[in-house]
Design a binder for this molecule. Sequence first.
Ligand code: G16
Length: 568
Amino acid sequence: MAEALKIVTVPTKPFEGQKPGTSGLRKTVKEFQKPNYTENFVHAILAAVASVDKLEKSVLVVGGDGRFFCPEAVQIIARMSAAHKVGKLLIGQRGIFSTPAVSHLIRKNTALGGIILTASHNPGGPDADFGIKYNISNGGPAPDGFTNKIFELTKSITEYRTVPNLKIDLEKLGLQKFVVEGNAFEVEIIDSVTDYVLLMKQIFDFDAIKKLIAGQAPHKKPFNVVFDALHGVTGPYVKKIFCEELGASNDSALNATPLPDFGGEHPDPNLTYAHKLVSVMKEGKHDFGAAFDGDGDRNMILGKNGFFVTPSDSLAVIAAQSNLIPYFKQNGVKGFARSMPTAGAIDRVAKEMGKEFFEVPTGWKYFGNLMDANRLSLCGEESFGTGSDHIREKDGVWTALAWLQILAAQPDISVEQLVTKHWEKYGRNFFTRYDYENCEDAAAKKMMEQLTNLLNAPDTVGKEFLDGGRTFKISKADNFSYKDPVDNSLAENQGIRILFVDGSRIVFRISGTGSTGSTIRLYGDCYEPDLVKQKMDAQVILKPLINVALQLSKLQEFTGRKAPTVIT
Ligand code: G16
């Protein structure tokens, strides 16, 4: 039965610092729980949408990674959407959707956009983080121009509209109808997994992957797989796709129950935080392992005995073998791309295949225009993100399926063999990232200023540093800027790059996804064509380069940090 409901206008005042970062607004839960804090930001999103599109009677997709405060935020968004005369919301059951699933649903339903509730890989719970981001009608994160508009609106807000008595049943699948001051408002609660699974079945050959896992011809023995959902959103996706559809055993799904606090851990798929998967893989019983982050867009790929595939290598291997993936066979491969700090392994594959190649700033939003213009098919980032133009977000489960598809086409090859064969052909890019989390803002700023001064100093290029018996001579130093070739928009100050004559490189950036303080990211990479040296440990190879980076930046002096908090 339709229920009559009233719109109420609530006076409010701006909050400082509601500036979306690399991927939406990420703050502590406590911040989002402050009276009007979430409402103000949601109002700014809806007002920004209304300034460029017709919000009235539109369809929006809403869902999140199931973290603490998600259900409350979904109700707030529903009440405010109704007050803004949105026609319909598509919401995941219990308010849960993976980020890739939202991207797909926006595209599939030609929705105006979507509101995603996630702080991605950041921890969850009452004392941890929350986040809200807006994705536009192509399914991708809103571009800078749009998020700047949202930020401007947060600075001048004086009131917002809501329908206080509207309440959604997030459990019950199907349509819920409301009438708000004479206007129809609908909510459809949909299964979080179904549409995404159908999409994956169109992209991959599930039968071939099933045979790989079961050890059926052309394979000689079962291929043992294991997946760690880190108590994030992907648990149900892992169980449905890898266990039910592809025949992996039920115990191959680790931490597969989504929890509002991710079990008190960081849902971040890297060697530090996905330690359970790492130790399981080191036992040597499994041939393939993958972990996914809180909202399901990041991934980490491991081979037998814990062989680690860097995200930069993962992207390059998938690109080089993209002809084995049905989706690319059908649609062809247009260009390739990576974010600037990502190691250049993909660059060589693009060159060899004669494909267009793009280097963009950190942030998946920078890939969207290129995909929409049909110039980009496959891209990735060092921050454990890989994806294709099937949607406009990076996609963790898709990446694991891509690997399994490639392995399924080459009987009896291991992950490690696949990667080392790739290095033999293209050479190896060693890569590492040092994170100094939650540094004092002022200290991080001063360090970046010092580096900027260095860029402008006349004697920087040509300067030499000696470390570990190696000489590093600076060939170029700049602050990365990017002009989007599709709409000519300019993104400046995207990271300080110092390039050396031997082809190695260091990059400094301040993360745009932390919720408190400043996280300094120091990236280092170098290229190694020598087959013997390729077998060496990345941290050993890169240590001299990192020492030079620390010397140049005076990071330890500025921040007082003797060591990074995370190394990937
Ligand atoms: C987000 C963005 C990625 C970016 C990553 C790290 O990922 O979508 O494109 O690479 O943040 O950004 P930063 O270095 O600024 O912290 P996610 O998975 O957190 O949404």
